[in-house]
Design a protein around this ligand. Structure first.
Ligand SMILES: NC(=O)c1ccc[n+]([C@@H]2O[C@H](COP(=O)([O-])OP(=O)(O)OC[C@H]3O[C@@H](n4cnc5c(N)ncnc54)[C@H](O)[C@@H]3O)[C@@H](O)[C@H]2O)c1
Length: 247
């Protein structure tokens, strides 16, 4: 129970990796604010946490790309729980196509949700965390942010941008005791990847040295490490959870 008395806010917590992270942090003792654009999904995660771990958890409907919504969720969470110790910027979307065919709106939307969303919550949470002189922010990037990927220019740019945001924020907040790190998952079996064609999934699996796709729980393990005291001397780092796919 390394996170007892810690308050964690996770965006995109309604399903997939965000939900697995929310459950894992709650299992480690944290009070969890589950944030998602899908109100019912967020409520489902919070309810599962309360039932499974008898832990404190609430849900918040919020579009991370809107700064006003992000700031008011952070304010509500601090009002309710008295602090904010862990922020996991996980909400993310894809709108894949080749650059020549990519609609400018799809470029904008992916950048707004994946990158601006993380900036919004980081900015809103930083005031409290720097005042407390403690906190851990974990951004969910992607190996695609390191390698690029044909057909995912918007997504790859947003995930590379998250790495720049992580390192800049790590440098800005380190003197105030706030750490900022990123996790870069490889191919993880969630609803996001279930939409891919079977041959695309097979292609991914073929290039993973450990021979399988990852699970949301594999990512949650890395987030728990970065969120908690076991990583207290790490900041500005990107941990790949990819079965060895990119090295
Ligand atoms: N699945 C993978 O293989 C993989 C690999 C690398 C990185 N990632 C990243 O991990 C994160 C989670 O991915 P996942 O596979 O669990 O995806 P998912 O689609 O299963 O879940 C994403 C969640 O984010 C929420 N969301 C979407 N837009 C939002 C918004 N504007 N505001 C608030 N919430 C919003 C969705 O409602 C959903 O609950 C994403 O950032 C994704 O880019 C996933």
């Amino acid at each position: 129970m390394v996170l007892t008395e810690r308050v964690a806010l996770i965006t995109g917590a309604g399903r997939g990796i965000g939900k697995a992270v929310a459950l894992r942090l709650a299992a480690a003792g944290a009070s969890v604010a589950a944030v998602d654009i899908e109100a019912e999904a967020a409520a489902g995660t919070a309810e599962e946490i309360r039932e499974t771990f008898s832990a404190t958890s609430s849900s918040f409907a919020c579009d991370v790309s809107d700064y006003g919504q992000a700031a008011s969720v952070v304010e509500e969470v601090i009002g309710k729980y008295g602090s904010l110790d862990i922020l996991v910027n996980n909400a993310g979307i894809t709108r894949d196509s080749l650059i020549m065919r990519m609609k400018p709106d799809d470029w904008d939307l992916v950048l707004r949700v994946n990158l601006t969303g993380a900036f919004n919550f980081t900015r809103a949470a930083a005031r409290q965390m720097t005042k407390q002189r403690s906190g851990s922010i974990v951004n969910i990037s992607s190996v695609v942010g390191l390698t690029g990927n044909a057909g995912q220019a918007n997504y790859a740019a947003s995930k590379a941008g998250l790495i720049g945001l992580t390192k800049s924020a790590a440098k800005e907040f380190a003197p105030r005791g706030v750490r900022v790190n990123a996790v870069a998952p490889g191919f993880i079996e969630t609803e996001m990847t279930s939409r891919l064609a079977d041959e695309v999934k097979e292609q991914w699996h073929r290039i993973i040295p450990l021979g399988r796709g990852g699970t949301a729980e594999d990512v949650a393990s890395a987030v728990l490490f970065l969120a908690g005291p076991d990583s207290e001397y790490l900041t500005g780092q990107v941990i790949q959870v990819d079965g060895g796919m990119v090295m």
